[in-house]
Structures are given as C-alpha cells and as structure tokens.
Write a protein that binds this ligand. Structure first.
Ligand code: TPP
Length: 388
C-alpha cells in the first residue's frame, strides 16, 4: 500500500475574541416571557359535574332541556342510521354516545353566534334549530349543503377534516373588527387535530384573540386509528398551551359538565378574553359510518365499558335522584323523540324533487367560462330528453 504523503497540520490556536475574558452568558436581549403556561394548562382529570358536589348547583330548567334534547338526539341518530339501511340515506356518521357534546355545543350559543360543524355534527345543527331533513341533505347526496348557512348561522357540515376551523377563526375575527357581538364555536374530531388547518386556526385565533371556541370531541378513533397512534401529546387540550390559549379537559359524556365548560369558554370569548380549546373525552359507540366495520379494530369490552358511561343515562339518573325529573317528563321526552323520528322517516321516504341545473348554482358568485359551457351542455341534453 502506498504511504500517504498528506501531512496533517496542527490546529491553529484560537484567537481570543475581544473582551472574551469578561464574557458572561446572559439571556437574549429581546427575551421576556409573554405568558406563564400554568394558567393555560388543562386539569389532569376531565372536569365532571354529575355525581359530584357540583351537581348541587344544577339549574333544573336547563338540565331538563338538556335531557329532552339528549333523548331526541339519541333517537335521531338511531333513525338516521336506520335510513342508511333502507337506502334512503347514502351515509351517516352517527354521534351516538357523543350526544352530550352535540347538545351542549348547540345550546351554549346565542342566535347571533355561529356554529362550524363537521360531518359528524348533524345533531348539533338540528338542536340549534335546523330542520332534521335539511340537515341530512348533504349526506343523502341530494343538493349542495341543504340549507342556507347565513339564515341559520350554521356553516356547511364540513367533510374535509379541520377546514372549518380557519373559517370559524376568520368569521370570528371579522365580527370583532366590525364590532359585532358574535362568537364562533367550531367542532372537530381527535383525528382532525393532526391537520395543518387545526394548527393554523389555533395560532391565528390566539394571536388575534378571536372570539372562537374550539371543541374537540375526542371519541377515541379517527376511523380505525386510535388516539395513541394519533398523538404523543399528554392530552389534546394541552395543545392549546403552545398557542397561548387555555386548554380545558372535560368528560364529554357528562352533559352538565360539557355545557358548563363550553358556556365559560363562550362567555370568555364574548368579553374579549380570546379563544379556548376544549377537549371533550367521549366515545363513538357506532362504527365510523355505515360503511365501516368497527369490530375489525376494537373489542366489545371497550364498547361495553363506554355504554356503562352513557350520556343519556348519566343525566337521567342524576336528575331523577335529585327529584328534577319525574316519570311524566321522561315519557314526554321519549314521545317527542318518537314523533320526530316518525316525521323524519315519512319525509325521508319521499323522493326529493330536484332541478339538475342547480348543480351550477351556488358554486361561484360569477360562473366561470367552463362552468357556463357545461351548464349549456346539460341544458341541451335535458331539453333533448323533454322532446323525446
Ligand atoms: C383532509 C382530509 N383527510 C382525510 C379525510 C378522510 N377522513 C374522513 S373521516 C376521517 C377520520 C377523522 O377522525 P376524527 O377527526 O377523529 O373525527 P371522527 O370521525 O372520529 O368524528 C378521515 C381520515 C378527510 N375527510 N379529509
């Protein structure tokens, strides 16, 4: 082997920097803590009201309203799922087991506020006052969103994950700039918190102190992906702290607790206190949708454990024990739910009368040349059919 002729030069002595002897490490000059993380941190345990001393202070009127809506909501979910089996509804992402979140989210808002739901939040839209059939239009595959978002102050049920969140922040921020007393409440799933839109929305919301509340329904799964594979964060509520807003953790099946935590967050947003991230710990009792088989990724024991922590039963038991709910009120709530379900069945069994030309409406404020061309083609085809 040929001997290397390369010589290694010894390292040159490091020149002392001017004043190096006097050097003492100091913090960067611009550094000052903006906010302490402690007040923003969520509690280590989800907040609960039912079954605790806090239940001594329950407002009987509000609780009965929550209960009636939970019963109606449970029936609505069951009826909509049945409609998928009868071919009357293309797809239904059920919120069975999550009704406390759905109902509380709708009831904490004033009429002037805005709700930004995801595809799983049809029930929240119905509790807010949307016609149950209109709420299912999109899932039936009939016609655009199915309702006028401005009339109801309910943004379209959003299928792309988390895109509703920046929309909610934009609306809330704009309302604040205009001096309108409006709060936006945006709903998202645990899987949605891994989307870029989630992070951008939270960042903007906190920087602008936008009057917005983010409700994460942590139902354990993003289709078949369990939470443990979704995030390494101590909780989803902890994510709030990095953006500089408070994170709250709540038992998502305790309707009284969810209502309390959301009401505080809405009130904080309304008085200019800025956004809050609420994580409601709950469970999706049904499969992701009627197109999913949940037995492939979770066991019966887990589902049964959550059935024993059912939001409707938890509230019913507490209110009955405290004498706030009698058998007549329970029967009344169940009958009202049956009436709603019967009407829903009847109306969903009627074929929708649709104008195919509506496909081109409500897409752009001003139609593009391509859209106009397609519109003319369809028009001609339909006219041809009429003549045949
Ligand atoms: C941007 C985007 N990516 C992927 C999907 C496909 N997708 C539909 S639902 C879903 C899981 C969402 O889970 P989660 O946010 O926890 O809400 P959940 O369905 O449990 O209410 C996924 C990945 C989508 N709709 N949008």
């Amino acid at each position: 082997m040929k001997k290397s002729t390369m010589t290694v030069r010894p390292a040159e002595p490091v020149q002392d920097l001017p004043g190096a002897a006097a050097y003492r490490p100091t913090p960067p000059p611009a550094w000052k803590p903006r906010t302490g993380p402690a007040p923003l941190l969520p509690d280590s345990e989800p907040h609960r009201v039912l079954g605790t001393d806090a239940a001594d202070r329950l407002d009987a009127g509000l609780m009965r309203r929550l209960y009636a809506e939970l019963v109606r909501g449970r029936r609505y979910n069951a009826q909509a799922t049945a409609l998928t089996k009868q071919g009357r509804l293309a797809v239904y992402p059920s919120s069975t087991g999550q009704e406390a979140c759905q109902v509380a989210a709708a009831l904490v808002l004033e009429e002037r506020d805005w709700l930004f739901p995801s595809y799983r939040d049809t029930l929240a839209a119905v509790v807010r006052g949307l016609d149950p059939v209109q709420a299912l239009t999109l899932l039936r595959g009939d016609w655009h969103t199915g309702y006028d978002p401005r009339e109801h102050r309910i943004a379209p049920l959003c299928t792309p994950l988390a895109t509703q969140l920046p929309h909610a922040v934009g609306l809330a921020h704009a309302a604040r700039l205009k001096g309108d007393d409006v709060v936006a409440l945006a709903m998202v799933g645990d899987g949605g918190t891994s989307e870029g839109d989630f992070h951008e929305a939270l960042n903007f919301a906190a920087v602008w102190r936008a009057p917005v509340v983010f409700l994460v329904q942590n139902n354990g799964f993003a289709i078949s992906v369990p939470l443990a594979k979704q995030t390494a964060a101590p909780s989803l509520a902890h994510k709030a702290v990095g953006y500089g807003m408070p994170g709250r953790l709540v038992d998502g099946n305790d309707a009284a607790a969810v209502h309390e935590v959301l009401a505080e967050a809405v009130e904080r947003a309304r008085r200019g206190g800025g956004p809050t991230l609420v994580e409601a710990v709950t469970y999706r009792i049904e499969a992701h949708t009627n197109a999913d088989d949940a037995t492939r990724y979770r066991g019966d024991a887990e589902v049964e454990a959550w059935r024993a922590h059912d939001p409707v039963q938890l509230l019913e038991r507490e209110l009955t024990e405290r004498g706030m709910l009698d058998q007549d009120a329970v029967r009344e709530a169940r009958e009202a739910a049956e009436t709603m379900a019967a009407e829903l069945r009847e109306r969903m069994n009627a074929d929708a009368v649709l104008d195919p030309m509506d496909l081109f409406a409500h897409v752009y404020a001003e139609k593009t040349a391509q859209l106009r061309e397609q519109e003319a083609l369809l028009r001609a085809e339909l006219d041809g059919e009429d003549e045949r």
